[in-house]
Design a protein around this ligand. Sequence first.
Ligand code: ZN
Length: 314
Amino acid sequence: MITVSCGDGRLGRPAMAHAERPWANIQRLATIFALLLQASVGFAAPWTATAQPTRLLNGAPVLFQVKSPAKLDSLTGTWLKHTFPFSYNASTKTWFALAGVNYDTPPGVYTLELSGESAGTKAPVELSKTFPVARAQYPEIKVELTVEKKFTEPSPEQLKEIDDSKKVKEEYLPRVTPDREWDGNFKPPVDAATSDVYGSRRIFNGVAQREHQGLDYRVPTGTPVAAMNQGTILLARFLYFEGNCVVIDHGQGLLTLYFHMSELKVKEGDAVKRGDLIGLSGGTGRATGPHLHVAVRWQGTYLDPARLLQMSLP
Ligand SMILES: [Zn+2]
C-alpha cells in the first residue's frame, strides 16, 4: 500500500522523484523484512480480540470479534459472569459473538476470557483481554404517569394472574438455545418515532419504577409489527403487564420482546425471518395508551435496543 501511494506521488510531482527514491527503497526493504519476519514466526502471529462499539457502556450490546492465528474447532467466551459460544465467519476468518453489559455494571475494566479448541490436535487454547466499560448517560424522566389501580394495587384475583404471568416468564425467558439464529443487522420493528428510550426512570402514580428496560415506539393501534431479526417464536400469548406479547428467540440467549399488541400474528414455535409480520400494535397490559414496547434480552440482561439497531453485524 505504501509503495503504491509513493508511486502516485512521483507521477504527480516529477521534481520530487530523486528526493523520494531512497525513502521508497528503505520502505521496500522494510516490507521485505516484515514479510520475512512474518514467515519465520507465522505460527506465533498475535491474536486479536476487538469490541464493537469500541467504547463499551453499561446497558449496551457488544459484538466481540476474535482472530486466531491457529485454526480452531470452537471458541467460548466468558464475560461479566456470562458464558457464550462464538460463531465462525469463514469469509473474514473471524470468530464473533454478540454479548452485552448489564445496566447495573459499574464503570471499570473487565476481562473477556477466551477458551478454544485447536483444530485437529484438540489442544486447549486460553486467552484473555481486558476492555474498559464507561458509564452511559440515561435520562431521568420525572413525569407522573397514571395507570389503572389494577396495576399498582392489584386485587387477590389480579395477584393470581400476575403470578401466573410471572411463572410463564420464569419458565420461558431464561431458555438458551445453543445455535445462533440471528443473521446480520437488526431492523426496527416499526417505522415510527420513539416515545421513550431505554434506561430512563419513570414514576407510576408517584412510585418510582426501575429503569425502562426497552424502547417505546409511538404507534397507533393496528400498526404492523415486524420481527427485528431471524429466529423462532418462543412466546406468543397474553401476559398481565406485557399484554399480548411476542418473544423471539434468536439463539444463544438473545431474545427480542414486543409488548402491548392488539393482535398476535404468530404462534409459539413458528420460524420467522427479519421483517416478518408478528402482530399488530396496541395498548394491552400495563400501558398508558397505544404504543409498542420493544426489549432486547441477552442471557437475563436487558440491553438497549436502540444501540443494537445501530450495530453493523456479520
Ligand atoms: Zn416501554
